[in-house]
Design a protein around this ligand. Structure first.
Ligand code: C2E
Ligand code: MG
Ligand code: MG
Ligand code: MG
Length: 282
């Protein structure tokens, strides 16, 4: 939460590419270079089994190690990526990096699944399943090593195409999570019509559960609904023991959040994995 206060949106979502500022143009040039020059890094946030405390997966989160500004977070440059057609390049970069790191962990005796966030328009790309299959095969990784996270807004407009790509991914054995569930235009029909494996409950519902009975009721109901449909539930943004205990009491399967670990480098993640026979984070 502290980090958010120190962030400055260098290019706000509202400016929408039209009224391009001088700072925005400069940053865009730097970003194009950064994608090629290896200034983008991928950090990993552990996903923890709420029953056992074991590390059971990791979410890949992109960072920009800017030479002058220091580490930039996604909200500071993803709008530029979206507006200037860099989504495919960035997705491929993050996928490659995440699968390289997963292969390293695997080779070290830790076959940990990794989750990669997709931009909604990526799901209109019918070649995506093929590219992902090749990327996995190239590293001798099982399809279950990869999970993709999609947000609810991905469907606005092109449900059919998105469904085709998702079904393609699912048939290959890649698992699919619906991210930030509840925060956008959640349509329950998505849960019915799409091949989803995991529901990630948005932090805005999770944070208040210990003091807001309405938030708590919604979270319990979504967990029960997801379980009825055979889906795994993940709570995002867990920041304290009380929240973790409450979620465990509701039967939530998995938790992610700064209580367990902030996103860390690939090396630090391997260290977490190696530091205990079955790494337990709490
Ligand atoms: P997200 O997928 O919902 O990722 C979770 C975000 O919540 C991450 O922010 C993570 O650092 C933050 N978070 C985790 N635990 C806590 C906590 O306990 N408290 C608080 N306050 N925050 C917590 P981050 O890394 O800044 O990413 C923001 C968003 O940017 C992501 O939200 C995702 O939508 C997007 N994003 C990040 N990396 C990528 C990427 O490689 N590709 C795409 N397409 N989007 C990405
Ligand atoms: Mg995510
Ligand atoms: Mg999320
Ligand atoms: Mg979220």
């Amino acid at each position: 939460a502290k980090r958010t206060q120190t962030r400055h949106a260098v290019y706000s979502q509202e400016s929408d590419g039209q009224e391009t500022t001088r700072a925005g143009i400069q940053l865009l040039g730097q970003l194009r270079r950064a994608i090629g020059d290896g200034e983008l890094a991928v950090h990993y946030q552990p996903k923890v089994d709420l029953r056992t405390g074991s590390l059971i997966g990791a979410e890949a989160l992109v960072r920009w190690l800017h030479p002058d500004r220091g580490m930039l977070y996604p909200d500071q440059f993803l709008p530029l990526v979206r507006q200037h057609g860099l989504m495919h390049a960035m997705t491929d970069l993050v996928l490659d990096r995440a699968l390289d790191d997963a292969a390293t962990w695997h080779a070290g005796g830790h076959p940990l699944p990794v989750a990669v966030n997709l931009f909604p328009p990526t799901l209109g790309d019918v070649d995506l399943p093929t590219r992902i299959t090749q990327a996995l095969a190239h590293r001798d990784l099982a399809p279950t090593t990869l999970m993709v996270e999609i947000t609810e807004d991905f469907l606005l407009g092109n449900l059919d195409r998105a469904r085709t790509v998702l079904v393609g991914l699912r048939e290959l054995g890649i698992r699919i999570a619906i991210d930030d569930f509840g925060s956008g235009y959640s349509a329950l029909s998505y849960l019915r019509e799409l091949p989803i494996d995991e529901v990630k409950l948005d932090r805005s519902f999770i944070a208040p559960i210990t003091h807001d009975p309405r938030a708590a009721s919604i979270v319990r109901a979504v967990i029960d609904l997801a379980h009825t449909l055979g889906l795994t539930t993940v709570a995002e943004g867990v920041e304290d023991t009380e929240t973790a205990k409450t979620l465990a009491g509701y039967g939530c399967d998995v938790a992610q959040g700064n209580y367990y670990s902030a996103p860390v480098t690939d090396c630090d993640l391997l260290f977490l994995l190696a530091s205990a026979p079955r790494a337990k984070l709490r």
